[in-house]
Design a protein around this ligand. Structure first.
Ligand code: GLA
Length: 339
């Protein structure tokens, strides 16, 4: 869809302007291929992969900022806000961080020194551009009674690595809003663990300002009541909330079908109804929610193509593969107009 056609379509972020920001996760390829759409509809950007540890810091003495800088330049050019994603994670983190040159495990002290130096460098570099960071991503265990998932961070640093990361980020940019970010955030068991972790951080005086609900959802799950209960529980901590990685997969978790080359009419209708109900709920909690960021911009590119089922396409966004608004888009706009 060309730029002129785009102009006749209401801007998503304007429609929700009074309630919350509307963001998109982008990468250097999507800002090339969907730059017009992104500039038109979204007022906040997150780098999909380019600010993760492994992308920025592949070797101790070497930082690679080119791709992240390109995204920041695009955000500046178009006057977009930016969220930083992510400083501490068990995935996409360089092996050298946890090792000595001889391959042995680093000491706890050295791990924290390296973490501080990484956070100082990255957060300071983007201080003028990034207003909020996902400081710690996905440390809670999905199942069972353990609070924290096993990781090298936990093995070497002990549970204090979480508080340290927030302290270092706060020292590097005292104005940045600092988030804990996780998925399956509306599942009651995991929700209660996320709540317990964040509550204990607050009790220790750790500088944390918000909870990111990743919101990788589907047509079928989680139930609206579970999302509502999660929002209320997190909000009861007095923190700001954001949806940080919203998408609505067409498939149930157990569904492994790979035969579809286009979404069925029924799927599109269910998705439109689901998005409408979701945004109605989010608007109800607008006093707690500052931003809703989609994990992508349109259906032509999404991490859900080939994941978790290889050879399967998915259509989780508000815009189709040609960047045209889907029914989902119009139903979401309708909700915004009723505010
Ligand atoms: C998690 C991470 C994101 C991204 C998605 C999948 O949700 O937080 O950075 O990697 O998985 O794309």
């Amino acid at each position: 869809m060309n730029h002129l056609e785009n102009k006749r379509i209401p801007k998503l972020s304007d429609a929700f302007g009074a309630a919350f920001d509307i963001g998109a996760a982008v990468n250097p390829r999507t800002i090339e291929r969907a730059g017009g759409l992104i500039a038109h509809h979204y007022n906040s950007l997150t780098a999909e992969n380019e600010m993760k540890f492994v992308s920025l810091h592949p070797a101790e003495e070497r930082y690679t900022f080119e791709a992240a800088d390109r995204i920041v330049a695009f955000a500046r050019e178009h006057g977009k806000k930016m969220r930083g994603h992510t400083l501490v994670w068990h995935n996409q983190t360089s092996d050298w961080l946890f090792q000595e040159a001889d391959g042995s495990t680093v000491s706890r002290e050295k791990l924290f020194d390296r973490l501080k130096s990484h956070i100082d460098t990255v957060v300071s570099r983007y201080k003028d551009d990034i207003y909020a960071w996902d400081v710690v991503n996905e440390v809670i265990a999905d199942e069972g009674s353990e609070l924290l998932r096993p990781s090298k961070w936990l093995d070497i640093g002990g549970p204090e690595f979480i508080a340290k990361a927030f302290q270092f980020a706060h020292e590097a940019d005292p104005n940045a809003q600092l988030f804990y970010n996780d998925y399956n955030e509306s599942d009651p068991l995991k929700r209660d663990k996320i709540y317990a972790l964040v509550k204990s951080l607050l009790e220790q005086g750790v500088p944390i300002h918000g909870i990111g609900l990743q919101a990788h959802w589907s047509l079928y799950a989680p139930a609206l009541d579970e999302i509502r209960a999660a929002i209320e529980k997190y909000a009861s901590l007095g923190l700001r909330l954001q949806l940080t990685e919203l998408d609505v997969s067409m498939f149930r978790h157990e569904d492994k079908r790979t035969d579809l080359t286009a979404p069925s009419e029924e799927m599109l209708e269910l998705q439109a109804a689901r998005y409408e109900a979701l945004f109605q709920l989010l608007l109800e909690y607008r006093s707690h929610i500052d931003a809703v960021t989609f994990w992508g911009a349109a259906d032509d590119y999404t991490w859900l193509n080939d994941f978790p089922v290889r050879g399967r396409k998915n259509w989780p966004m508000l815009f189709n593969e040609r960047h045209e608004p889907k029914d989902s888009f119009w139903r979401v706009i309708k909700q915004a107009s009723q505010v």
